[in-house]
Design a protein around this ligand. Structure first.
Ligand code: ATP
Ligand code: MG
Length: 578
């Protein structure tokens, strides 16, 4: 019922739990003292045996114990709070660093919605589990024994009756747990599923609207939400029912205790002060267990959340190598490289040489495998066959950080974060001065356009939606320039943007290789962009069918020449029309 792994994972885990139990237990001792004083006062008053001195002592002790109790309660709350803070920061940190270790291909293992839910609600549930449930679990075992040890000296029979009745509550908990486990499994499955669907539909809202499919999507969401509502109600009613049963046991147990006490007292087996003490303390036997019962559902949720988090943390990480690139050479070489996503080969027998500082292009029809090559080089897709080396070192063996700082990829839909233009640029290189950032904007012809809107301080909306497509893409390139990595991959970086932006971007890409010695891999549908490349590789169904410079390929009159001529004609035709 307690996840020891969770305790071990936390910095001060056990310490906070022990502290919570100790403060609760000292509170109970104070309570026993208060009850003892009240019992003696009442009994003394009843038999007219109470002296003023005794009365004053009892009042003094009660006041002192009440203050002590308040202090212990407060210390308990503080320890509980510290435990919650500990669990939140430690677990979020663990999830985050696991994500980093899984690297750019993390989606293969877990969906973004699951990560969001785990980081948010999952961790919140652990907070209560850890801040309240675990200590209550230990205290609920400790309290009845403490009371028993104190009371059995007065009357062993009543003390035993009370002690024996207490385990009925955990027995109910065990039974409920069996049912609850299955129900909660189902609950979490539906809950995560709903999160996934919701996120997908939200992302695709515009598309759904364009195709008039938003109504159908809403119906599907309704159905899933209804399923979720039903399972939530089931979980809630299971929780309520079990709470009622536990209440009945707790109060019936206390009532039996009270009954036996009165019986003993009537038979003369007990003094009045002792009877009062039993009457006032009998409920205390059950209250901690009863409270554990009500935390128990939180505990179950917490344990489920912990299971999900552990499953995630236990995902086997792809073995990343340790080799750090030495920076002398960034030659890239693919030798007989093959790759399959599933069973079918998507790339076969690929041989490409890219000497440091050269610009090569990969072209081919849609689905021929261009982005797959880019993805493999960035290790977004793992498990290639044959060999791929960067600077002479096998890609598999290269350390993740070293690889990430060596390669910058700019795709057609670069991610712009909400925040200022400056925040987005600093992602490229956190150490840049405003002057350098402004210069990067200038290179991309963005400075004049963004200045009236706020320049570096312009607040960008989610996905950079308050910029035009071309501006967004030029900003992404400015960010990439600031990173100043030796290798750049541009995968359709100029797709779907205005001609002016495309020209600016292409000019900068050429400059990166010619003037700055960067190694460039350019993937483009538009063959006019690849004309000046040092070498062009034509892909067809995962095979390189032609390679050479533009003029060589044109002389060959193969697939490339045909595609180029067709595109050229089409563009001239469109240009003539306009
Ligand atoms: N994540 C994936 N899982 C399974 N198959 C994939 C995946 N990504 C791509 N494929 C398949 O691999 C093949 C090559 O895809 P790839 O994206 O490399 O093509 P591409 O040349 O970049 O095409 P495009 O010009 O349309 O971008 C296609 O048949 C595609 O269906
Ligand atoms: Mg592609």
């Amino acid at each position: 019922m307690i996840k020891t792994r969770l305790l071990r994972m936390l910095k001060n885990g056990t310490r906070y739990v022990v502290l919570q139990v100790v403060w609760q237990w000292l509170g109970l001792i104070a309570q026993i003292i208060i009850v003892g004083c009240i019992a003696r006062t009442l009994s003394g008053a009843y038999y007219h045996k109470l002296t003023t001195k005794q009365l004053l002592i009892y009042i003094g002790v009660v006041l002192f114990s009440v203050v002590a109790r308040i202090i212990f309660d407060r210390l308990y709350t503080e320890a509980s709070f510290e435990a919650s803070v500990d669990v939140k920061s430690v677990i979020r940190e663990k999830i985050y660093s696991k994500l980093l270790r899984l690297g750019s291909g993390y989606r293969k293992y877990v969906s973004s919605a699951q990560i969001t839910q785990m980081m948010g609600e999952g961790v919140e549930q652990l907070e209560v589990y850890f801040g309240k449930y675990i200590s209550q679990f230990v205290y609920a075992l400790l309290a009845p024994f403490t009371l028993f040890l104190f009371l059995f000296q007065y009357n062993i029979k009543v003390s035993l009756v009370l002690l024996v009745a207490v385990p009925l509550i955990p027995m109910v908990i065990m039974i409920v747990m069996k049912v609850a486990r299955k129900l909660l499994d189902k609950y979490f499955k539906i809950y995560y599923g709903l999160g996934d669907t919701f996120l997908e539909k939200l992302h695709g809202m515009t598309t759904l609207k364009i195709y008039g499919a938003d109504g159908q999507a809403a119906d599907e969401m309704d159905e899933e939400s209804e399923n979720f509502r039903r399972i939530t109600m089931k979980v809630l009613s299971m929780q309520l029912n079990s709470t009622i049963i536990m209440d009945v046991i707790a109060y019936a147990g206390a009532a039996v205790g009270i009954g036996v006490t009165l019986n003993e007292f009537a038979a003369g087996g007990m003094k009045l002060s002792e009877a009062i003490m039993f009457l006032l303390l009998s409920a205390e036997f059950f209250l901690p267990m009863r409270l554990l019962g009500s935390y128990f559902h939180i505990g179950m949720n917490g344990m489920k959340a912990a299971d999900k988090i552990f499953d995630f943390l236990d995902i086997k990480e792809p073995a990343h190598g340790k080799v750090v690139l030495d920076g002398k050479s960034y030659d890239i070489a693919l030798r007989n490289t093959a790759f399959s996503y599933d069973k079918e080969r998507v790339l076969d027998n690929i041989n490409i040489n890219i000497p440091t500082g050269k610009l090569i292009s990969i072209v081919g029809v849609s689905g021929s495998g261009k982005s797959t090559i880019a993805g493999i080089l960035r290790r977004q897709f793992k498990g290639y066959e044959g060999s791929i080396t960067i600077g002479g070192r096998e890609l598999k063996d290269i350390n993740e950080d070293s690889l990430m700082s060596a390669i910058t990829a700019v795709s057609y839909n670069s991610f712009i974060f909400p925040g200022t233009v400056r925040d987005n640029l600093l992602l490229g290189n956190g150490k840049c001065s405003d002057k350098k950032l402004t210069n990067a904007l200038k290179i991309m012809n963005l400075l004049e356009e963004l200045k009236p809107l706020g320049g570096l301080d312009l607040q960008l909306k989610e996905g950079g939606s308050n910029l035009s497509g071309g501006q967004r893409q030029r900003l992404a390139l400015a960010r990439a320039l600031l990173k100043n990595s030796p290798i750049y991959i541009f995968d359709e970086s100029t797709s779907n943007i205005d001609v002016e932006s495309e020209e600016i971007i292409m000019k900068v890409i050429r400059k990166l290789s010619k003037d700055m010695g960067k190694t460039i891999i350019l993937i483009s549908h538009r063959l006019a962009n690849v004309v000046s490349s040092d070498s062009i590789f034509m892909l067809e169904a995962g095979n390189i069918v032609e390679q050479g410079t533009h003029s060589q390929l044109m002389v060959n009159k193969g697939s490339y020449a045909k595609l180029f001529t067709a595109q050229h004609r089409l563009e001239n035709y469109a240009g003539g029309e306009s």
